[in-house]
Design a binder for this molecule. Sequence first.
Ligand SMILES: Cc1cc2nc3c(=O)[nH]c(=O)nc-3n(C[C@H](O)[C@H](O)[C@H](O)COP(=O)(O)OP(=O)(O)OC[C@H]3O[C@@H](n4cnc5c(N)ncnc54)[C@H](O)[C@@H]3O)c2cc1C
Length: 288
Amino acid sequence: MYPRQFEYVAPSGLDEALALLDDNPGAKVLAGGMSLLPLMKMRLLSPELVVDIGRIGGLGDITDNGDTISIGALVRHAEVASSSLIQAQGAALAAAASWTGDRQVRNRGTCCGSMAHADVAADQPVAALALGATMVAASSSGVREIAAADFFVDVMTSALAPNEILTEVRIPKAGAGAGSAYDKLGRRGGHSDYAVAGAAASVTRSNGSVSAASVAVTGVGVRPVLAGAVAEALVGSDGSDAAVEAAAAHAVAGVEVLEDLYGSVEYKIHLAKVFTARAVKAALAAAG
Ligand SMILES: Cc1cc2nc3c(=O)[nH]c(=O)nc-3n(C[C@H](O)[C@H](O)[C@H](O)COP(=O)(O)OP(=O)(O)OC[C@H]3O[C@@H](n4cnc5c(N)ncnc54)[C@H](O)[C@@H]3O)c2cc1C
């Protein structure tokens, strides 16, 4: 199917792109196009104007800021997956990017686009949540920072205003004794495709116990969410398999789990617990 007719612009500067969004309230930002174009072709979305940000300079870098790492709006999934910096400092996000879609999708789609699209079963948003990422959004009024915990609002709905561009996802570097991991069951089995259910975990060990933990689940409700009760149960524990299994039992506490084409509520709850335990164990192993 073809999309409805639309205007296309590819500004070379961020200010120009932001002014276009101000002047055209129904406009959509185009990054990798891996989610926007299918929606337009299916006519689920018919913007009158598409603002392609692909020619804007300065948005394509992964930057080491000292305590944090910035992932610019045009950084592709494949670049996140293969970045030795992100593998070392935010392994959950690198794994999530490496299991996003297929090779073509990973070479076109962007990490920021994945956050902005906010699919209920996406991979990288849940890693951003567990890692405590910050989303940096620009508009003609200035720049604001949004904690990942406040960013994913509802089904395919983020906290971004229509006239904002997500210019950067910023993740804190893993400190001493910290590790993170992501694991999922993909819709095509293994790690392929969107998550039927998945979990990301970030943990810190000190003096033989878990001193900090952050865990999030995807694919089970209307948005990726932090599993606060899992983190609470982990902190202060010895991080043994028994402690992890007991904590993972809380994976969907407070979440309204929804059935979809890929699994019943019971199956999703089961998977969320299984993948929470796996992600936490892998994160603990990485933490040393
Ligand atoms: C065949 C296929 C398989 C896929 N499999 C997976 C999978 O397994 N796991 C997974 O998580 N995802 C999967 N995806 C989705 C893929 O990861 C997309 O790349 C991603 O969701 C969107 O990134 P994009 O750069 O392509 O964004 P686009 O398609 O360009 O945009 C998507 C949405 O985000 C907005 N947007 C994009 N960038 C910005 C920005 N910087 N600021 C503000 N708004 C912005 C757009 O306006 C649009 O609403 C798959 C897609 C396809 C086509």
